[in-house]
Design a protein around this ligand. Sequence first.
Ligand code: GLC
Length: 437
Amino acid sequence: MFKKSFALLIVLLLGIFGSVSAQDAASTLPVACPEGDATISVAAGAVGVEFDVAQEQAARYMEACPNVTVEILEMPDSSTERLGVYQQFWEAQDPGVDVYQTDVIWAGIIAPHAVDLSEYVDEEFIGQFFPNMVEGQTIDGRLVALPWFTDAAGLYYRTDLLEKYGLEVPTTWDELTEAAQTIQEGERGEGQSEFYGYVWQGNAYEGLTCDAHEWLVSETGDTFITSEGEVNVNNPEFVAALERAAGWVSGISPEAVTTYGEEESRAVWQAGNAAFMRNWPYAYGLGNAEDSVIADNFDYAPLPAGASGAGACLGGWQLAVSQYSDNVDAAVSVAAFMTSPEEQKLRALSPQGANPTIPALYDDPALAEANPLFVRMGPILETAYPRPSGVTAEDYNQASTIFFTYVHDVLTGETDAQAAVEDMELDLQDLLADRGM
Ligand code: GLC
């Protein structure tokens, strides 16, 4: 009897609080629930646990707006492949996807297919984001996407192994190469035959553009096309950096690193089989998860420097609303909800640990406590260097493809570094000439 009435009480309380929180959620929505029923499909990533986190966000939205069904669609991990999928939808003007998770470098590419969000979302809401991120997503005065989370890559290192071998955190690429070599030899000597010094992203895709952009920026201070439209690849510093990276393959890095994306490198790292990893902040919380063998035995530092200092690739993802959506109002309401401060905070606190795009959240003590990386991300984010997507706009993907394809050829030994940068330079110059530059 007691048990029954207790259970009833719980059900009642859940009912009351459940509906209060749904109402609360609805009243704090940045863009109100749409009129009538709607189904909104969101094309989203599944790197780490971001897919689950997006699904939780969708569930919270549906609680606030029960007339809307939000479906999260899983897209390929590779940014390059994902763009390929999106482009098929856009070419067909397909209403099957309403909201797209878009890479920070795609603003010029998505512009013709995205609605101008400044027509739907008020200025106060937009004013909460980092102004440079909003500016980066504004094409010809149209806000094409809302910043969802930001990214800057860093160097993950095993604290226990640095201590074991009496090594400091490497601050230059050469120090990294040496430390990785020392630890790899030592660990293999103790029977860890699958152990590697350094894992990173060497597959032919956007991730390799980021890695190689970092080698280039750290050696020359600029990326492969400068903001003035100069091609910056055919120089001895980049040739040397490419040769160094090619030397890592089958040395301190697995031969298969030339097929690795973020998740493949994290798999090796999180299994305890690498001393160092280049990756984005999402790997921090996951590496410290309860089931992770490296939990509490690693840390995250700025990437090593070259002659010009360090140059972390600036990454990040946004949400854009498709012009081909059958229900733009509902789609905007979902996108604004998912990028709102409350939702960004929950994402930041999740194991995915996504970096907010709202400066005020970095002052929130709950974030710093949950993930010390947020405190350390400030200077890394400030000095992170953007890829040349502003100057190449709708042609960015072609420019990046030229860049990563030649870099990949050097890594796999198909061509030598000097020949690669010469061809890369010609192809990039042709592309710029076609753009009238
Ligand atoms: C991360 C970055 C994104 C970048 C991608 C490359 O997801 O946030 O900007 O393009 O990695 O793999």
